[in-house]
Design a protein around this ligand. Structure first.
Ligand code: PMP
Length: 344
């Protein structure tokens, strides 16, 4: 009887193989064909499910961990959610050190999945003992039988996307992809997909998206770390105040920087016009595409893949809150209709 039931054995079997969805409205005035790889279709609603599963299973294959052991990580929320989800199914403890910039709903979600969460100050330097890097490192040293995922400096982060995201894009486009555009945090998504796709066709253009207030674009252009580039910004998961080794800068052709405000409006536009309720960095990647179009990156034959990393439900108290948008001054320069909506 059981054989007749069509069911997955557990939620982890649904990770990966996310759809490509054509973008129709927000790119109306831009030459080219645009498709979003919508990572919110993963069961943990983000691209980070891929690395959580891959890194934990690789540690199991290598005999580094066994059920009952502890998974430790620093995270802006998404990686934590995915690690907590994988840990529950596979029987690991999950400890997460997160930035105070993470939205409260993200932190509550992590706790709901059984993770132990430490909230650390966002605007301290990476080498400060209070930074989430150092808190995670210390917890790892203090916890017997623990594994530190270390996504910013873990080769397996790139490998996870080399083995999944890259091949999926190649197959879904029948090899006709011309550009891939993605926000880089750890850089794992873009670097891993780029590595696979450039092996298939070295002419595919790989475009990175960075935040104002982050060092990545400048580092890409000069190979120098410029601390003066660093200042606070609002988008979570995009850009960095250090140079991650999970980013292969040689595989990225160009970076563009986007503002918090433009990206926020674009995120809301995507929901309103495409019916795609996706996160802040999905808005950032579409905003970047608009800017790249102004640099004549695309023509009629371009098949551009934008990676949409996560789901909009994680941003209800931020980019999808009119009060939050207003408090940031993001409605000051937009049309009266939108501003009026706030007054009433
Ligand atoms: N968007 C969001 C919402 C993220 O959480 C992350 C990961 N920090 C990224 C984009 C960037 O992905 P990656 O780390 O693979 O560069």
């Amino acid at each position: 009887m059981g054989q007749d039931i069509q069911a997955y054995n557990n939620v982890l079997e649904l990770i990966g193989n996310t759809p490509l969805i054509k973008i129709n409205k927000v790119t109306e005035e831009i030459k080219g064909n645009f498709y979003a790889k919508v990572e919110a279709f993963n069961p943990g609603h983000s691209t980070k499910d891929r690395i959580a599963l891959y890194i934990i299973e690789e540690a199991e294959r290598q005999g580094i961990i066994k059920p009952g052991d502890t998974i430790i990580e620093t995270t802006s929320g998404n990686t934590g959610f995915s690690l907590a989800m994988v840990s529950i199914i596979k029987g690991y403890e999950c400890i997460l050190a997160v930035s105070s910039k993470s939205s409260p709903d993200k932190i509550d979600m992590l706790r709901s999945l059984g993770a132990k969460v430490y909230v650390c100050p966002a605007h301290v330097s990476a080498d400060d003992e209070r930074s989430y890097y150092n808190v995670a490192k210390r917890l790892h040293e203090e916890t017997k039988g623990s594994v530190y995922i270390n996504q910013y400096f873990n080769e397996l982060n790139i490998e996870a996307h080399y083995k999944t995201t890259g091949p999926e894009i190649w197959e879904q486009t029948n090899g006709k992809v011309t550009h891939v555009v993605a926000c880089t945090g750890t850089g794992g998504t873009l670097s891993g997909a780029a590595k696979f796709l450039k092996e298939k066709n070295p002419n595919i253009r790989i475009l990175g998206v960075d935040a104002y207030g982050s060092v990545l674009k400048k580092y890409h252009e000069t190979r120098e770390f410029d601390a003066e580039e660093i200042y606070p910004y609002r988008i979570e998961g995009l850009g960095k105040n250090l140079i991650p080794t999970a980013t292969d800068f040689d595989l990225i052709d160009k970076f563009v920087k986007v503002t918090d405000e433009d990206s926020a409006h674009m995120t809301r536009n995507i929901a309103k016009t495409e019916g795609l309720f996706v996160g802040y960095t999905s808005g950032a990647v579409m905003q970047a595409i608009k800017q790249y179009a102004e640099e004549n990156e695309f023509d009629e034959n371009s098949n551009v893949i934008a990676i949409f990393p996560d789901h909009g439900s994680r941003y209800m108290s931020k980019v999808f809150s009119d009060e939050w948008m207003s408090a940031q001054g993001f409605f000051d320069s937009v049309n009266a209709e939108e501003a009026q909506k706030i007054e009433f």
